[in-house]
Each structure stands twice: as structure tokens, then as C-alpha cells.
Design a protein around this ligand. Structure first.
Ligand SMILES: [Zn+2]
Length: 236
């Protein structure tokens, strides 16, 4: 096995490593994880929005209830004054009765309003329950997506580690200088080493002109010969 054949083996490992690293970077589990996290964010925002809406309705309801309670107390106090002897004059009694009737009607108005708010809150409570369930499901799905991604990464990283070990043992046979040439060619061309099959370079698939082919064939076995068409290192 020539050093060029060794280099070809290194290149095969590098190609495999590129593919594995690309798979690692573009794991579908990554997109799934991002989507799952976005779902949690959306569900959280929806829950907050609904809670806020419900809080506002409950605040109006509470205010109406407080008003009603206050008016009820006032009406009760006025009513008591009718019987405790503090009001005796006919006119005064009439005025108190009018006041009671006014207080009672205002109380009824606020009670209606409180009831209206309660009715408004009902479907929002249902929305809130659904939003809570959605958030719970989203959090669960998100945790599952995290796990799936972590597992996929572990599997690929183990595969990469195996190939890296294989590569490092095969690279030992290749002279450093040749590796430097290989690396720079690889950076530009992607594939740096190609077999010469007959007169054809398997890197660019072009036939090497016969005059140059003679020189290629005559070159010593350990000499680096590049394809005159594409510049790749030829394995002869
Ligand atoms: Zn070529």
C-alpha cells in the first residue's frame, strides 16, 4: 500500500466524518425540539393572556359585589331606623322608605352586574382550563423532544468517535507534508485525492492527455503527482 492509498483511506474517513457531522448539525430532532419549545412559549403566552382577561372580569365582578353589599348594609340600617323609634315623623318615614327603595334598586343593579360578570367569566374559565391542559401537554412533548435530541446526538457522537479513532490510526502512515497538501486541496475541492483509472482521473473524470500521462507514469512511486486537469493528488 502506497502512502497515496493510505491517504485515500484517510479521505474516506474524512468524507464519512463530514457526513456524520452534517447529520449532527441537521438532525431532524433539532427542528422538532425547536418546534416543541416554541409550542411551550405559545401555550405560556396564551395562558397568561386568558388569566389576565379572567382577572379583569373577576375584578369588575368583585367591585359590583362590594357595591351591592354596601348598599344592602345601608338599606338594612335605614330599615332598622324605621323600627327603633329614631324616626317618627310621617314625612321622615316616607323619606326613609324612599331611600330604602332607592338603595334596594341600586343594590339590585349591582347584583345584576355581578351576575353578568360571572356569566362572562364562565367560558373564560373553560378557556383557561383548556390552556392549562395545552401547556401541560406542550411541556411534556418538549421534554420528550429534548430527550430524543440528546439520544440522537449521543448515537451520532459515538459513531463519530469510532471513525475518528479509525482515521487517526490510518493517518499515521501518511507523511505530514502530504497531509498539509491534502488538507489545503480538500478545503478547496472537497475531494483531494483521486485514483487514476487508466488515463482517467476519478476526481474530475477527465482523460489526462497522453504526453502528460507519460510523465505521470514515469514519476517515482513516492512522488506527489497532481492531476493536470483538476489538481487532485493522484493515486497511481
Ligand atoms: Zn482530475
Amino acid at each position: 500500500m502506497t502512502i497515496f492509498e493510505d491517504l485515500l483511506v484517510v479521505q474516506q474517513f474524512d468524507t464519512t466524518l463530514d457526513q456524520l457531522r452534517h447529520r449532527l448539525a441537521t438532525l431532524p430532532e433539532r427542528a422538532a425540539r425547536d418546534a416543541a419549545h416554541a409550542r411551550v412559549e405559545q401555550a405560556t403566552a396564551a395562558l397568561e393572556e386568558i388569566s389576565e382577561r379572567l382577572r379583569a372580569i373577576r375584578a369588575v365582578q368583585k367591585e359590583a359585589e362590594d357595591h351591592a353589599a354596601l348598599l344592602e348594609d345601608k338599606a338594612a340600617a335605614a330599615n332598622a331606623s324605621l323600627y327603633d323609634g329614631s324616626v317618627t315623623a310621617h314625612k321622615e318615614l316616607e323619606a326613609v322608605q324612599e331611600e330604602i327603595s332607592s338603595l334596594t334598586s341600586r343594590q339590585a343593579h349591582f347584583e345584576d352586574e355581578a351576575l353578568e360578570q360571572m356569566e362572562l367569566a364562565e367560558p373564560v374559565e373553560e378557556e383557561l382550563a383548556a390552556a392549562r391542559a395545552e401547556l401541560e401537554a406542550a411541556i411534556e412533548a418538549s421534554a420528550a423532544a429534548d430527550t430524543a435530541l440528546a439520544e440522537a446526538i449521543t448515537v451520532l457522537e459515538a459513531e463519530i468517535a469510532v471513525v475518528e479513532t479509525d482515521r487517526s490510526s490510518s493517518v499515521e502512515a501518511v507523511p505530514t507534508e502530504l497531509l498539509v497538501t491534502y488538507d489545503s486541496l480538500r478545503a478547496g475541492l472537497g475531494v483531494a485525492v483521486a485514483r487514476l483509472a487508466g488515463a482517467r482521473c476519478e476526481g474530475c473524470h477527465l482523460e489526462i492527455p497522453s504526453a502528460q500521462l507519460e510523465a505521470v507514469r514515469r514519476a517515482p512511486a513516492d512522488e506527489v503527482v497532481n492531476c493536470p486537469e483538476c489538481g487532485r493528488i493522484l493515486v497511481r
